[in-house]
Design a protein around this ligand. Structure first.
Ligand SMILES: [Zn+2]
Length: 120
């Protein structure tokens, strides 16, 4: 039971922000393309899930996570994910998806430099 606990990655996010320089995805990289690349999805609850598969159609993507969730997302530059990171809310990583640390670091570094639809 305890092995399924979510992992607090707030510290990781802060570290990533402190050393922002890494990967820089150009602004016009599509939201789905980015998801396809980082294979991580921040759920509404603030929990990061690993993406097992992503099926992209023109305007939507069907995402299946490692812990068995499946849902449809719309292509949006104003993503909830990027808003959250800009607002520096805390995140945790899904214990069932078993996301490796390097993936989370890659994700945070990416999210920090990518300003989806911010216009700021
Ligand atoms: Zn999960």
């Amino acid at each position: 039971m305890s092995s399924k606990k979510n992992v607090d990655i707030t510290k990781t996010l802060q570290d990533a922000e402190n050393s922002r320089k890494q990967k820089y995805y150009r602004k016009n990289v599509g939201f789905f393309k980015l998801l396809e690349k980082i294979k991580l999805w921040p759920a509404r609850s603030g929990v990061l899930h690993g993406i097992k598969s992503i099926k992209i159609t023109s305007n939507t993507a069907e995402i299946t996570t490692f812990c068995g969730e499946s849902f449809l997302v719309w292509n949006s530059r104003n993503s909830r994910a990027s808003r959250w990171l800009r607002n520096k809310l805390s995140f945790s990583a899904c214990g069932k998806c078993k996301i490796p640390d390097w993936k989370i670091e890659k994700y945070t570094a990416t999210m920090m430099t990518q300003k989806w639809g911010s216009g700021l």
